[in-house]
Design a protein around this ligand. Structure first.
Ligand code: NAD
Length: 477
């Protein structure tokens, strides 16, 4: 089986590490062999980026924007093929992968627009000098991504970092290694100069760590688990390298008694079960006002038990496999441990029963109640289709329970009382709050976490500043 190559300085290069397999989680088949970048490959990629960056930054912003727009156009042309590629690597429903391919195009167009229109700031006149703020690129940005949404996350990081005038070395996830390589191929086709985007595949502890620790990397943009984020933050802090960390979550979803319960059932179920719960913003803890608890949870369980589990490319499937058999085993172990601690399984709690799905990494959408507050499944990110349900008494009780977590990524609130929605939305420690909706995402809105869910923001106007350093200039008059 042919092994993939690395993209270094506009050329396809053989990786000098040990190749590894990319596996389709829907049926366990091997997609292809993937090259692993050694520290020497990392060094060549960073050196190429450092050489290419000044000329890229020296282009006029409208020239950089034109290249970014062409990349967006090519991503659109190849959207279906990219969506299917992502589906084969992480097992997500084809419909979700298509939406993410569209998001990839949108990110390049959005940051092309910002690149083209962004202006610097002149401060109010303060006497005999004039002062202004300009924004400089850092130089070489290391971008490291997870497997759950490579199309979206890799495009988001690369488009914003390039728009800001940086060069990028992207290290993709071992589970979804090739989306980034395709992005690199399309970027070259769109006219991005050699070395401005380099793409490496390889294991996190080897290739990823070598990239993070490389002395010529000037900024690190990481999306992934909180434990990895902490390790990267420690290493970057040691060398005073700025970083943005988009990490895990344990997001609360609150349903007040006055909510439109039909809409809330669908919103809560989609909030946890889309992508089989493998989403940083999954609403994995549900709080229901006590007076409607039995009614709402009953409806939710009925809805959940009707969700159709099946192969990701079948239009009727609503729940696809998890990203790998080992990840499915991890989710299963979380649930089994909770049950042993007294949790009640209201729905799911097992692998898919259908013999046709036996070779895939399927796990049924699961609803659990009567959970001890300190159970691991309540406190840690499961990253699977598992919802933990609790009653609450009033607004204060809800806020206390919602904030009783190390994480702070997102929150959902269902109520018809908009004043209450606003109060709760402000009181919850979360980077994104949805009111009477969930998981709506716009590239124009900043995204990031409170507490252990991360540091910094991506997307929106804040998103480009993440990849720039402010510089103050004073002019004597
Ligand atoms: P992960 O932390 O295991 O890996 C993420 C990336 O980091 C991979 O490319 C991996 O190879 C690399 N890596 C691992 N160890 C490294 C090291 N020591 N140095 C450098 N790189 C290293 O995460 P994952 O399992 O791929 O992804 C799932 C996690 O990502 C979940 O926790 C999820 O919540 C989080 N996530 C967060 C967001 C967000 O925007 N907040 C979005 C998507 C996913």
């Amino acid at each position: 089986m042919e092994t993939t190559a690395l993209l270094i300085d506009g050329e396809w290069a053989t990786g000098s590490g040990e190749p590894f397999e990319s596996v389709n989680p829907a049926d366990g088949s091997v997609n292809r062999l993937i090259a692993a970048a050694s520290p020497a490959d990392v060094d060549r990629a960073v050196a190429a980026a450092a050489v290419a960056q000044p000329a890229w930054h020296a282009l006029r912003p409208d020239q950089r924007a034109a290249v970014l727009r062409r990349i967006g156009d090519l991503l659109e042309t190849h959207g279906e093929e990219l969506a299917r590629r992502q589906m084969r690597e992480n097992g997500k429903l084809l419909g979700e992968c298509r939406a993410q391919a569209a998001g990839a195009t949108a990110a390049f167009r959005y940051f092309a627009g910002i690149c083209d229109t962004m202006v610097s700031e002149v401060a109010p006149h303060r006497g005999d000098y004039l002062s202004m703020v300009v924004y400089e690129p850092y130089g070489v940005v290391a971008a490291i991504t997870p497997w759950n949404s490579p199309l979206t996350l890799e495009s988001q990081k690369v488009s914003a970092a390039l728009a800001a005038g940086n060069a990028v070395v992207l290290k993709t996830s071992e589970v979804t290694p090739t989306i980034g390589l395709e992005l690199g191929r399309l970027a070259l086709e769109a006219g991005l100069p050699a070395g401005v985007l380099n793409v490496l595949t390889g294991p996190g502890g080897d290739t990823g760590a070598a990239l993070v620790e490389h002395p010529r990397v000037r900024m690190i943009s990481f999306t992934g688990g909180t434990a990895t984020g902490r390790a990267i933050g420690r290493s970057a802090g040691e060398r005073m390298v700025p970083f943005a960390l988009e990490l895990g979550g344990k997001s609360p979803h609150a349903v007040f008694a006055d909510a439109d319960l039909d809409r809330a059932v669908t919103g809560v179920a989609n909030g946890i079960f889309t992508s089989s719960g493998q989403s940083c913003i999954a609403g994995s803890r549900l709080f229901v006002e006590r007076s409607q608890y039995d009614e709402f949870v009953g409806r939710l369980v009925e809805h959940t038990s009707r969700l159709r589990v099946g192969p990701p490319d079948r239009p009727e499937s609503q729940i696809a496999p998890l990203s790998s058999a080992s990840h499915r085993d991890r989710v299963e172990a979380f649930v089994d441990e909770a049950v042993a601690q007294g949790a009640k399984v209201l729905s799911g709690g097992a692998r898919a029963h259908d013999p046709e799905l036996a070779d895939g990494a399927y796990y049924l959408p699961t609803v659990l109640a009567d959970l001890p507050r300190n159970a691991r499944i309540v406190r840690e990110e499961v990253f699977g289709p598992v919802l933990c349900v609790f009653p609450f008494d009033d607004e204060a009780d809800l806020i206390a329970q919602a904030n009783d977590t190390d994480f702070g990524l997102a929150c959902g609130i269902w109520t018809r009382d908009y004043q209450r929605a606003y109060r709760v939305g402000r009181a919850v420690e979360a980077g994104t709050v949805w009111i009477n909706t969930y998981k709506q995402i716009s590239v124009a809105m900043p995204f990031g976490g409170f507490k252990a869910s991360g540091v910094g923001r991506e997307k929106g106007l804040y998103g480009i500043r993440t990849y720039q350093a402010a510089k103050s200039i004073y002019w004597g008059m």
